[in-house]
Design a protein around this ligand. Structure first.
Ligand code: HEC
Length: 115
């Protein structure tokens, strides 16, 4: 009985260690996404870091819309943005871009900016 218990405990430990190593499965590859973001010209309107510009495109990072909404938007933007169909950018490539934008560092808090 003692042996069974320790086996179960070991199993639980290994199981939770596995979970700790991978908190959330990555939906896309941020490094590849950066290349695709630049190659596709998203940066021309949204800036290299997805920081946005008052005249050409809104800020996209570090909190883009959830992947499904992001993909739906890019496929059929309702206003000025050009559409990117699946032949131009696959769902996987959009997931990579989404991962890149999500990985952007947050801007510094206002209190930390020099006066
Ligand atoms: C020609 C300029 C231009 C290019 C190129 C462009 N966008 Fe946009 N994007 C815009 C504008 C302008 C908007 C604001 C909504 C609109 O007018 O359609 C926008 C909005 C968005 C939004 C919605 C943001 C939000 O929070 O509502 C997403 C997501 C987005 N763009 C992603 C992309 C991605 C990814 C690419 C490259 C594949 C891209 N855009 C290329 C101009 C551009």
């Amino acid at each position: 009985m003692k042996r069974v218990c320790s086996l179960v405990m070991a199993g639980l430990l290994v199981g939770s260690a596995g979970l700790a190593a991978e908190p959330t499965p990555a939906a896309g590859d941020a490094k590849v996404g950066r290349e695709t973001f630049l190659k596709s010209g998203c940066d021309q309107c949204h800036g290299r870091e997805g920081q946005g510009s008052p005249t050409s495109g809104p800020k996209l990072g570090p909190s883009p819309p959830p992947l499904a909404a992001f993909t739906a938007f890019v496929r059929r933007p309702p206003q000025q943005m050009p559409p990117y169909g699946p032949l131009i950018l696959s769902d996987g490539e959009l997931a990579d871009i989404h991962a890149y934008l999500s990985s952007r560092p947050p801007p510094p808090a206002n209190a930390k900016l020099p006066p």
